[in-house]
Design a protein around this ligand. Structure first.
Ligand code: BTN
Length: 309
């Protein structure tokens, strides 16, 4: 967000302020203050003017300025009402050399999931892609997907829903999927050039618009309408903090995992692995105890089975 607008909002968040006071404190003209206030009103901030001066009455429900205002980590938000896919847009930005940008949209018309599946993305969701350039070898990349799943679960904690992670990166409420993560990257063997971590949360999404036959749900259906701005801010903040402490990601993932301790069937490119999921290993390998010994599974679709009779 434009720096002066951010400063005006910060001032008004604590108390009302007059135009002349703001002009004086920020070292700009009263006309410039008025112009910035008008711009903030245009992006949805409700700023009344009364005898005390300007009063911040409400913040928009969603959007770039809404999410950037009060965000405690250094991501810039690019917001779209409608876009084909936030991951596709973030890849474009990666090609242009950007980093630490979050592409956020209310609707996606061509959202993609893992294995190139369709990701249904109606209005009311949180569809976002974080573009980062971590200085790590490509081997480490999967751990950022785990971090995104942990950050998503942590962001949902305050909504009251009890979410858990199904390996590697599905966020479930009960046994229904409420969020998914698709990470894409470019790099050479020893170095990641960029990572796009795409996160889709079925937030205020009408359940009738989701493919419920595929076992999905929305936060709205589980708990009623949620504050998308707060969830997005908490998610980005948690993801950024985990990025700074990669050694903590696995521990946090284990805390929220619903797969560990379960009997699972993982469909991998080399066939099925059936057994008990016992642990996860860096950077995201699932350890499965099978009848013939311990298997290390790096990629696949995981299904939770009922315990063997
Ligand atoms: C999955 O579980 O299959 C992953 C779903 C990832 C969906 C998100 S929504 C935001 C971003 N843009 C996309 O096109 N996909 C990801």
């Amino acid at each position: 967000m434009q720096k002066t607008r951010e400063q005006i909002l910060e001032r008004l968040a604590s108390e009302p302020a007059t135009g002349p006071n703001l002009a004086n404190d920020l070292g700009i003209s009263r006309a410039a203050v008025w112009k910035h206030v008008e711009a903030l009103r245009d992006s949805g901030f409700v700023i009344a003017s009364d005898d005390d001066g300007y009063v911040l009455e409400s913040v928009p429900e969603f959007g770039a300025d809404a999410v950037e205002f009060g965000l405690d980590v250094p991501f810039e938000i690019e917001y779209h009402e409608r876009i084909e896919s936030t991951n596709a847009r973030a890849r474009e930005l990666a090609g242009a050399g950007d980093e630490n940008v979050v592409v956020l949209s209310d609707t996606q018309t061509g959202g993609r999931g893992r294995l190139d599946r369709e990701w249904v993305s109606p209005s009311g969701g949180i569809w976002l892609s974080v573009l980062i350039r971590p200085t790590v070898p490509t081997f480490d990349a999967p751990v950022f997907t785990l971090a995104a799943a942990v950050a998503t679960v942590q962001a949902l904690e305050e909504t009251g829903v009890d979410a858990g992670i199904k390996w590697p990166n599905d966020v479930l409420v009960g046994n229904r999927k409420v969020a998914g993560i698709l990470t894409e990257m470019e790099g050479e063997a020893d170095r990641v050039s960029w990572l796009v971590v795409g996160i889709g949360i079925n937030a205020n999404v009408d359940i009738g618009k989701l493919p419920t036959d595929r076992g999905v749900t929305s936060l709205e259906a589980e708990t009623g309408p949620v504050d998308r701005r707060a969830i997005t801010q908490r998610l980005l903040s948690a993801f950024y903090q985990l990025q700074q402490r990669p050694d903590d990601i696995l521990t946090a993932w284990r805390t929220h995992a619903v797969t560990l301790g379960q009997r699972v069937r993982v469909t991998t490119p080399d066939g099925e692995v059936v057994g008990n999921a016992v642990d996860i290993e860096y950077p995201g390998v699932l350890l499965v105890e099978t009848e013939t010994g311990r298997e290390r599974v790096t990629v696949g679709d995981c299904e939770h089975l009922r315990p063997a009779a």
